[in-house]
Each structure stands twice: as C-alpha cells, then as structure tokens.
Write a protein that binds this ligand. Structure first.
Ligand SMILES: [Zn+2]
Length: 488
C-alpha cells in the first residue's frame, strides 16, 4: 500500500496556505459596494471639476492668505451642496498672512532680458523699483561685506555662490518590488556662501540692502520656493532666481562685464492670524459605532509660485470626491466618515496638529478615531498605503487592496513616512496612514516649485485615487472591530 503521508514541507505549506486563505477570508469584502463606488467614480466622476477649480480657478493657496480663505469657503460650500452633515471651518492660530502683488526681475543693460524669479513667501516688498548693478557677495567674508558699508544700501545683492548642487533624482517608487523601501523627502541642497547664511543675511539687513537674489536648487528653469511666516518686516526682500540665470549673472560679474538689473516686488501682509481646517461628515448609523470616526483628509494649503496642483490639489480633489461618491450612493456607514481639509501643512502640519490638540487630548477622545486616511505625498494614482510599521493593520489593508487590483493598486508597504498630516495622529498612537503615489517628476520638478501646475496630473488617476479612498473608508467604517493600534 502506498503511503498517504505527506512530506513535512508539503504539510506545512498546506497549513500556511489554509491559514492565509482563512486570514484573508476573515476580512469581509463588500463587493456590491465596491462595484457601486467604481461605477459612480469612473462613470459619473466630478473629480476633474473639483481639481481644476482648485488648481486653476482658486490657484495657489498659501495658508493665511485671502486665496486660502476663498478655497476653504469653496470646499465648505461643496460639502453643503452634496448634503454632508455639519460642514464647517475650524480656526487655529497661524500667524499673519501674505500675498504677492507684483514681481518683475529684468536685466536692462547691456541687453534686455526678463528673468525667472519668485519672491520667498512672507518677503517684505521692495521700496519701489530698484535699478542698478548688482553686488556679488557669495565669496566675501563677513569683514569684506562689512567694508561694503553704504554701497549695500538699497542695492541688488547676489548673495550666494553659483548653484552647483541640484536635486537630480526623484525618490524610488516604494510600491515597486516586494522588498523594504526607503521613504521620505529627498534633501534639497541649499545655497552656498563664504559667510555663514545667518550672519550674511544679518549683515545685509544691517546695511539695508535693497533686495537679495538667490539661486534655486532645481534645474531647467524650475524654481523651488518656500518662505517662513515668522519673517519680520525688516529683513531684506528675497527673490529666488532660476539657477541657470543666477549662475549666468555671477559669471558676468566674474568676467568683469557690467550689467544692470531692475527688480520690483510688491507684497501685502494680512492681519487675520487664524487659518482654517474644513470639515464635514457622513454620520454613522450603528448605535454602538456611530461615535467612532473614520477620518479622510488632505492638506488644502499650498506654496505660492504655481497652483499647488500635485501638492496638494490632487489629494484634496480625491478626498472630496471620495466623500461625494459615498454621498451620491446614499451610503449609510456604521461609523461616521468625516472629511478634513487641513491648513498650515506646509508650515509644519499645523492644521492637523491643531485638530489633535483640540479634539483628541484625552484617551477617551482618541478612542473615537477609528483610522485616519491621508492623501498627500507624490501624485498620480494611488498604489497602496504606508502602514507605519503596523503589521496587524497591514493585513487588513492588504485584504482591502485585493479587489482593487484592476485599478492598478500595487501593495501596501510596512514602512512609515513622515512630513504629512497623518503624523500628528500617528504620534498619539492612532492608526493613521497616507497613500503611496507616484514620485516621477515630483521631487525634481513639481514639489514646492513654479512648475506645480495641473498639467502634471491626469484626471484618470484622480478618479482612481478617489475610488480607492472611498472603498477603504467604507470598509473601515463597516468593520466589526476597530483598526488595530500599532504595538508600542
Ligand atoms: Zn508640500
């Protein structure tokens, strides 16, 4: 008689196989709801209108600016129009706002050439139009700058050495392959100067220079510009130039070629020190679970030089559309599904931090957040989620990703990522995850630059992202058990 005993390895393989099937099968998948969400999200999508309104009509949304306030009001109005419950804005203290009113940077002699430059956010305005031969101090010692004395007064200053270091590669796509991944923003090289930067800027301010020009650390005419809301009125107005143009100007100085520039920067500060998060919800229906909240969000604010299309109008449009899809389908989730559009992300996740501080101060309050799903870094379609080292949650999210394979999802990664709005929730022990998106031309081209326009985003990818968010939010809201917290 032939032996019916299995080799040990095969027995283990079968056991593991059974276990795997069981584990996946334990996680209920609502195929009917997924089909409805896909049909609405792919067939009757409104995400293109949402995205183009944000990125083209409303434009850049620097926190604290009237443009941000207009965007927040627009989003709140959409939530109201769709019938979400309790559409509202929540104020938090941010600091004064800033708007750019005018900027020209031109070479006017020995030939005419307009230059590509952008004011740092919160830069004071120039005192009218400044015309003159710029002074180069990138290679000057502090003493040498001091000796320039009165020559600096009202002058156009090339403050840094020519830019030689650039961010030339986007980060790796975390969802490719199966191995561990490095996550996070690649570092941007800073400008270089002989005198330490703080000392240099203090000397220029003390000698009342007219305007500082500095080079971008991005190539091919791309200009990456940020700024600090703590900038005082008395600092020297600062304009970032395309690196290739800045470098040309310094080469002209080195060659002893005399040339003149004309610079005018108009800017306005705004007194309202608050900025605003926008929230609304689909109330939960289960008597036991409706006080628990599945939070879906993205940051509404952007930097100011382009229109914040990939950072982060795409994320906002997807989060809003996910809520619209669920509302249009008449979804009655067991838990409450709340959308949150944050302000002040670019200045340090301030809106999300304010929410955690205001609403989630106690253990009891924190226990009401079932999960936070964030849509920010990268652009294009959603491939999965960064699971913040939470293995138990990853198994659940893996099961939810499976029925979305036809939409091009790839995988969830176990690694964590920082620098976006799930972080304040993660820091207080809540399950909070951000989506994995594409990074092609994101780091080197669009993130915080003058190239962050709507052309960098495909509407089909926005539809996909909204469907993925809606499906995951729905399953999180319907699950019997809460999403497991990460073990400390
Ligand atoms: Zn950003």
């Amino acid at each position: 008689m032939r032996s019916t005993r299995l080799p040990l390895a095969a027995a283990i393989a079968i056991l593991f196989g059974l276990f795997h099937v069981r584990a996946a099968a334990q996680e209920p998948i609502d195929q009917a709801m997924i089909a409805k969400i896909k049909a609405e999200g792919m067939g009757r999508s409104e995400v293109a209108t949402l995205f183009h309104t944000l990125a083209d009509v409303l434009g850049p949304r620097l926190s604290g600016s009237p443009a941000y306030v207009a965007a927040a009001r627009w989003a709140q109005d959409r939530f109201k129009e769709w019938g979400l419950a309790n559409p509202r804005q929540e104020a938090f203290e941010f600091g004064r706002g800033w708007s750019l009113e005018k900027l020209t940077v031109e070479m006017i002699a020995p030939r005419y050439m307009p230059l590509t430059g952008y004011a740092e956010a919160w830069s004071p305005p120039t005192t009218g139009i400044i015309t003159g031969t710029p002074i180069y101090v990138g290679d000057s010692s502090a003493d040498a700058i001091e000796r320039l004395g009165d020559r600096l007064r009202g002058a156009i200053v090339l403050a840094h050495r020519p830019q030689a270091e650039f961010l030339r590669e986007d980060r790796m796509q975390p969802s490719d392959g199966t191995g561990p991944v490095a996550t996070g923003n690649p570092p941007f090289p800073g400008p270089s100067n002989a005198t330490p930067t703080q000392k240099l800027l203090a000397l220029l301010q003390a000698n009342r220079a007219g305007v500082v020009l500095k080079p971008a650390a991005t190539e091919h005419g791309t200009v990456r510009v940020q700024g600090s809301r703590d900038t005082s009125d008395s600092v020297v107005p600062t304009v970032v130039l395309a690196a290739e143009q800045y470098n040309m100007l310094v080469r002209l100085v080195a060659a002893g070629v005399r040339f003149d520039l004309r610079v005018e920067l108009g800017a306005r500060f705004h007194d309202d020190v608050n900025t605003y998060n926008v929230l609304a919800e689909i109330p939960g229906t289960d008597p036991k679970l409706r006080t628990e909240v599945v939070l879906v969000g993205a940051h509404l604010d952007s930097w100011h030089t382009a229109t914040g299309a990939t950072d982060n109008a795409d994320g906002v449009a997807s989060a809003m559309e996910a809520m619209r899809l669920l509302t249009a389908l008449g979804a009655r989730p067991r838990r409450t599904i709340r959308v949150a559009l944050w302000g002040g992300e670019e200045q340090g996740l301030l809106g999300a931090r304010a929410y955690v501080k205001e609403h989630l101060a106690s253990d009891a309050a924190r226990s009401t957040i079932a999960v936070y799903l964030n849509d920010d870094p990268g652009t294009g379609r959603t491939y999965g989620f960064y699971m913040q080292k939470n293995e138990a949650a990853k198994r659940i999210f893996d099961a939810w990703l499976e029925p979305l394979r036809d939409l091009g999802v790839k995988r969830n990664v176990i690694e964590d990522i920082g620098s976006t709005d799930h972080v304040p929730f993660d820091e207080v022990g809540l399950p909070a995850f951000t989506v994995i998106k594409d990074f092609r031309n994101y780091d080197v081209r669009t993130r915080h630059t003058n190239a962050d326009f709507a052309d960098a985003v495909k509407v089909d990818d926005l539809k996909q992202s909204a469907v993925v968010l809606a499906v995951v939010a729905w399953h999180a809201a319907m699950r019997d058990e809460p999403i497991p917290r990460r073990r400390p």
